[in-house]
Structures are given as C-alpha cells and as structure tokens.
Design a protein around this ligand. Structure first.
Ligand SMILES: NC(=O)c1ccc[n+]([C@@H]2O[C@H](COP(=O)([O-])OP(=O)(O)OC[C@H]3O[C@@H](n4cnc5c(N)ncnc54)[C@H](O)[C@@H]3O)[C@@H](O)[C@H]2O)c1
Length: 446
C-alpha cells in the first residue's frame, strides 16, 4: 500500500477499515503510519479500545511501531460505530472474517452484512468506495454488488496475501497485488492506494480475483502436504527428507519456479507416469500413506477424461488431431495424451486422422511413424502424411502439441470446422489477423 498520501483527484479524505482482526488492524496501522487518515471499526469493544489507546491488539512484528507513528501523526482512531466512520470517510476497506461454515463453504454473512451496513451509512449526497479485502468464494462480488446502489457505491475486490508473523512487511512490500472492479471510481481509488507498488499491481476480473486467492492458498497447502509426504516416503528408505527437499529446491529452473504451472494437456512421456507410479509403489510397499503422490496419476487421468468429453460435446464423426507428441516440441509419442485421446475417440466410434510432421520426420526408434503406429495400436487410426490430409473430411480439429510447421499449415488451411485447442498452444501464438480468419478456436481448458 502507498507509504505516502494519495494526491490530486484520487484523494479520499479518510478511509474506514471494517474489521480489526489480523488483516484489518495491520492494514489500518500501516496506512495511518503512512499518513492516511484511518478510522478502524470493529464490533468488539475491547479491540477498539486497545487500538484507540495506542496498543496493538495482536502481537505482530512492526505493528506497534506503525501504531506509534500513526498516533504521533494523529491519523488513526478506532470506533465501534460503523455509521459514524463511514459518514466521515470516502472509502471502506472491508476486512471482516469469512470462516468456514458447517456446510464446508465460507461463511460470508459478516461480509455481506458489513458491506450492506457501509452502503446504508453513506450520507445521501455522497459517493463511497467499498473494497472487499476479506477472502471470498467465487461469485461473491456479484452477489454483494447486486445489493448495493451502484450509482453511489462502487465496489472493488482486493484480496490480501499477507502472512501472520510477517504481516506488516508482506503488506508494505507485496510481491503481488490484485484487484478487480466494474467501477472506475473504485479503480481510481485502488490505483492511488497502491501508487508506490504499481509495478506489482494487476487488475483482473472479479471471479479471477476471488478464485486466485483460494488457488494461492491451495498451492501453499499443497506444497506443505507434498513436502510432508516426501518426509514419510523418505523414512523407510533411510533418506533424510530435508536433504531431498533442499536439493530439489536448488533447481530454480524446473522445480522451484513457474515451470509446469501452466494449464495444458495431461502429462505423459517416458518418465513422469512411470516414476510417479514407482514412488507410489514404494510408499505402498512400506505401508506409508501418501495420498497426494497416489492421486497424481488419477488427476492426470481425470484431465484426459475432461478432454475426451470436451471433444465429444461437439458430436464429431471424424476428428483430425494435430500434434501427437507427449509435450510441446516432442516427436516422442510414448505415454502421450494426444495419442490416448485418439484411442478414446476411436473406442467411442469417432473416425480419427492424425498429423504430426515432427513424428513423421523422426527416424530413430522410439520415434518415427512406426512408433506412432505402435502407440496408436489401432489400424483404424490413420496417420496422415500432412495436416491438409488429416483435416480433409474432419468435422472437428483438435490441436494437441503441434510443431510450428503443422501449426502454420493448419492456420493457412483455415478449416471451416471448430478447432479445439486442447492445451492452448494454438491460441497463445495466434495473431489478431489469424484469429479473425480462423473458425472459432475453442480453448478446452476454459
Ligand atoms: N489472518 C490472515 O493471515 C489472513 C491473511 C490474508 C487474508 N485473510 C482473510 O482476511 C479476512 C479477515 O481475516 P482476519 O484473520 O483478520 O479475521 P479475524 O476473524 O481475526 O477478524 C475479523 C474481525 O472482523 C470483525 N467484524 C466482523 N463483522 C463485523 C462487522 N459487521 N462490523 C465490524 N466488525 C466486524 C470481528 O469482530 C473481528 O474482529 C478473512 O476473510 C481471512 O480469510 C486472513
């Protein structure tokens, strides 16, 4: 957040922070220490009294220093009266709790109540920005917006990624700030709030912002669960799990990096399936529970099923599949998802033709046409000599992992049938002109 006052037309006199739990109190103190006038609101009188008296209600590094600075500046006060705070401010950051309910969903009743209470406290002649900082489930932005008077209240989402224990530092030096809104007044306010972090600030749509926060935490939880499973499977082998994970993290190209984190086709190839299966078998042999590792192959299978269903939804009689290597740029068809797709479609009575110039050009086993024939394992699957041959007569074209030459050939052919971009590889490389010339390109992971 901005460490100095916003300026010019984006200045909003005071900011209300609703909910003075972990997030709210850190947000309020940090903004106030940076010179913004902040009014903290909570229904818990003890928390309000503590903050108003200048005492940090929670132990958190640097928090007391921020509160002390804010008091010296005279920029921070707290109250239990939401109406009074809203009347004295131009924007509210809503940081109330959204705990897990008995039904397994987030209980957003406090959040909705708080947003409604803010909206109804806005004086008749004034406008107000509400920024939801709490973690919410997909669809909440729309549900809250529908209850507000859009003419006077602009709604934005700005999920918080701070961690307890380093909350002040995380808030003031964020790696990533995301917001979403359908109101330009709210956009201007958020942009001004993060003026000093603008290179880390990303605007997106509300559903993406909502889901991102949940996916973000699921990713962290998955990493913890995975590292712990590694410890359990390492023990019977007499291996030090700390050494394994420390070495794994030394590879910042493939391991601790963005590699493999883009959605696409199921994985395959000569190694991943077999080695995951082997690790899982090792765990089973020693009676070690390793449900995450055990679920990797079934997750991969579920993705293939999803792909098959997405193709079948187009009710094809004849499908052309372009690019059947197991990954982008690979002429190797071992354990390849596009090849599995061919078999699944054949089993459901769809006629399939396959084109892959990289596979056809490869001569050395286990590559080449013979390898493809063997992998397909079914004489009904036709390996066509070119993309043009494969596409002829097809009522659906599926793009797998195409070589550049095959991708260009497909675009030049401009088949007048739906093109299903299974892994997103075509969509990523299409120019605006190419996109306009092609029939609808359907991204399967969408
Ligand atoms: N704690 C974290 O580390 C963390 C990090 C990132 C995001 N979040 C998310 O931020 C949100 C807040 O988390 P938290 O840990 O600060 O919650 P919390 O439960 O500690 O505090 C929420 C506060 O809101 C107050 N409150 C609730 N309804 C109110 C209302 N209508 N008016 C006034 N006060 C009201 C409560 O009294 C409480 O003090 C949650 O959605 C959480 O998932 C938490």
């Amino acid at each position: 957040m901005s460490t100095s006052r916003a300026s010019g037309g984006d200045e909003i006199t005071a900011i209300t922070v609703v909910g003075l739990g972990y997030v709210g109190v850190v947000v309020a103190a940090s903004l106030a220490a940076a010179g913004r006038r902040v009014i903290g609101v909570d229904r818990r009188a003890d928390v309000v009294a503590s903050l108003d008296a200048g005492r940090a209600p929670i132990p958190e590094p640097d928090l007391q220093a921020r509160i002390d600075r804010a008091r010296a500046l005279g920029t921070l006060r707290a109250t239990t009266s939401l109406a009074e705070a809203v009347a004295a401010s131009g924007a509210s950051l809503v940081c109330v709790g959204t705990p897990l309910g008995d039904d397994g969903k987030l209980d957003e009743s406090d959040l909705i109540a708080a947003c409604e209470a803010v909206a109804s406290a806005v004086p008749a002649s004034r406008e107000h920005v509400i920024v939801i900082r709490s973690t919410v489930s997909p669809g909440t932005y729309g549900r809250v917006a529908a209850r507000l008077d859009a003419a006077r209240v602009s709604l934005a989402l700005n999920p918080e990624f701070l961690r307890e224990g380093s909350a002040v530092r995380d808030l003031e030096q964020p790696e990533l700030v995301v917001y979403a809104t359908e109101h330009e007044a709210a956009a201007r306010f958020v942009e001004a709030l993060y003026r000093e972090q603008r290179e880390r600030l990303h605007r997106t749509d509300p559903a993406t912002a909502e889901l991102l926060k949940l996916v973000n935490n699921a990713w962290h939880a998955l990493k913890v669960g995975f590292a712990n499973e590694v410890a359990r499977v390492a023990a019977p082998a007499g291996v030090d799990p700390f050494a394994v994970m420390a070495l794994l993290c030394k590879d910042t190209k493939l391991n601790a990096s963005a590699a493999y984190l883009r959605p696409g086709l199921p994985f395959g190839g000569a190694c991943l399936t077999k080695d995951v299966a082997s690790l899982s078998a090792h765990a089973a042999r020693h009676g070690v529970e390793a449900p995450l590792i055990g679920a990797i192959l079934s997750s991969n299978r579920a993705h293939l099923d999803h792909l098959v269903e997405a193709v079948l939804a187009h009710e094809p009689r004849q499908t052309a599949i372009i690019g059947v290597g197991f990954k982008p740029g690979a002429a190797d068809v071992r354990d390849s998802a596009p090849v599995k797709l061919v078999r699944e479609l054949l089993d459901r009575g769809v006629h399939v033709t396959v084109a892959d110039s990289a596979v056809l050009d490869a001569r050395v086993p286990p590559l080449g046409l013979e390898a493809l024939r063997q992998a397909l394992g079914d004489p009904r699957a036709q390996a066509a000599p070119s993309v043009a041959h494969a596409v002829r007569g097809a009522d659906v074209v599926v793009v797998g992992h195409p070589s550049r030459a095959d991708r260009d050939a497909l675009v030049a052919l401009r088949p007048r049938v739906p093109i299903l971009d299974a892994g997103g590889e075509l969509t990523r490389t299409l120019s605006e002109t190419e996109r306009a010339l092609l029939s609808p390109v359907v991204l399967i992971n969408h």
